[in-house]
Design a protein around this ligand. Structure first.
Ligand code: B12
Ligand code: SF4
Ligand code: SF4
Length: 312
């Protein structure tokens, strides 16, 4: 099989495994390493120390897996319709309304990696990644032709919007690469920048995590200051505002009907009072299988308290 046919076979497999799109790129150094360095130097990673540790590999992704020189990048739709808003309930970001995505997508991604290894022949390296590890996922997705980086920093697919997970398989298989997605389809729009309730965008395509509700409710340890809590707009886990306002999502995002992600409508919101008082055992029983396990019971009690005490 030649590299073109091999790439077609990989993409067919990705489609059969339920991925929305698949593109292939090489692992040459990122042309945006300066943006990453400036972001880290400005302190915009907050307490996410791993982002500093991973800097060299994110800038030179060929160093992630010795021998791998190519990335098969896939996206998976996780869009989920929002229930009517209710002031007594806290909002959960769309990506977390089902089984923890790291776990849910590890099976299909491993199957894709196995197929890449099979097509590459004996001695082929093929390692799957999703969100964990030093892979500059949005950067590689853009280079693999899957979409552009919006002013809200999200990868946006012109046919599906931005409610997409990004996964990748790093490999040394000989695969034909795709052209990057060069266009910037944001134009003069700046709806996301203006809608952010905490003013977390110091500039277009630059996010100060320390001000982002997603960071505060998921990654941050310790209390959430009252000045930020008062802008949380009932989000208790993650935040979708800068995507919800995006015209590309209004026009093209479709609810994911994906048995692998196991979305449940009841997980879209939580009772704030109940969450503020939930026991560790009850939390594990109800939410232990979801991405809310990352902040855990203590983190989610803190988030609910922050929203309740903010005088919404
Ligand atoms: C750290 C992190 C966060 C942090 C910081 C986010 C940020 N914008 O940097 C916090 C906790 C705030 C966060 C929040 C969310 N995250 Co997050 N996060 C990550 C993680 C682990 C690293 C991101 C990163 O490298 N940040 C550093 C900055 C400097 O990098 P960057 O914004 O990605 O920019 C790079 C490129 O875009 C490029 N670049 C910069 N400017 C330009 C300009 C052009 C023209 C081009 C082409 C490229 C380019 O250079 C940069 C350096 O490589 C990735 C997974 C991964 N392994 O990469 C997930 C990831 C980005 N997160 C994801 C998601 C889903 C979210 C949330 C939507 C979750 C939620 N609902 O609450 C929010 C979205 C908030 C937002 N607007 O970004 C998805 C995004 C999928 C997509 N369609 O883009 C990822 C890819 C995880 C995954 N595998 O699916 N996240
Ligand atoms: S996720 Fe929410 S808080 Fe974070 S940048 Fe987007 S709108 Fe602002
Ligand atoms: S809201 Fe507008 S500026 Fe922001 S990402 Fe979408 S199209 Fe781009």
């Amino acid at each position: 099989m030649n590299p073109q046919n091999r790439a077609v076979a990989v993409k067919e497999m990705a489609c059969g495994l339920g991925f929305h799109s698949c593109g292939i790129t090489d692992l040459s150094p990122t042309p945006h390493s300066q943006q990453l360095a400036e972001w880290l130097d400005s302190g915009f990673a907050g307490t996410m120390a791993y982002m500093h540790r991973q800097e060299p590999q994110r800038k030179e992704p060929a160093g992630i897996i010795p021998g791998a020189n190519c990335a098969v990048v896939v996206t998976r739709n996780y869009h989920s319709p929002d229930p009517p808003s209710n002031p007594s309930r806290g909002k959960v970001a769309k990506y977390a309304r089902g089984r923890d995505y790291h776990e849910a997508l590890s099976g299909p991604l491993r199957q894709l990696a196995d197929e890449v290894a099979r097509l590459g022949g004996p001695g082929t390296i093929a390692r799957a990644f999703l969100d964990a590890g030093p892979v500059p996922e949005r950067e590689l997705a853009q280079r693999a032709g899957l979409g552009w980086i919006g002013k809200n920093t999200m990868l946006i697919d012109p046919r599906a919007g931005s409610f997409l997970f990004i996964g990748s398989v790093l490999t040394n298989a000989d695969l034909a690469v795709d052209s990057p997605f060069e266009a910037d389809r944001c134009g003069t729009c700046r709806l996301c920048l203006d809608a952010c309730p905490t003013d977390a965008f110091p500039d277009e395509r630059v996010l100060d995590s320390r001000l982002c509700i997603s960071y505060l409710t998921i990654e941050h340890r310790g209390e959430i200051s009252l000045s930020l809590a008062s802008h949380m707009e009932n989000w208790v886990f993650g935040c979708d505002i800068c995507q919800d306002v995006c015209p590309w999502n209004h026009k093209f995002a479709q609810p994911a009907i994906d048995p692998v992600l196991e979305h449940r409508a009841r997980l879209a919101t939580v009772d704030l009072q109940e969450m503020a008082e939930i026991s560790d055992e009850e939390f594990d029983r109800r939410y232990g299988w979801t991405a809310m396990e990352r902040p855990g019971a203590a983190g989610m009690r803190r988030n609910a308290h922050a929203v309740l005490s903010s005088g919404r």
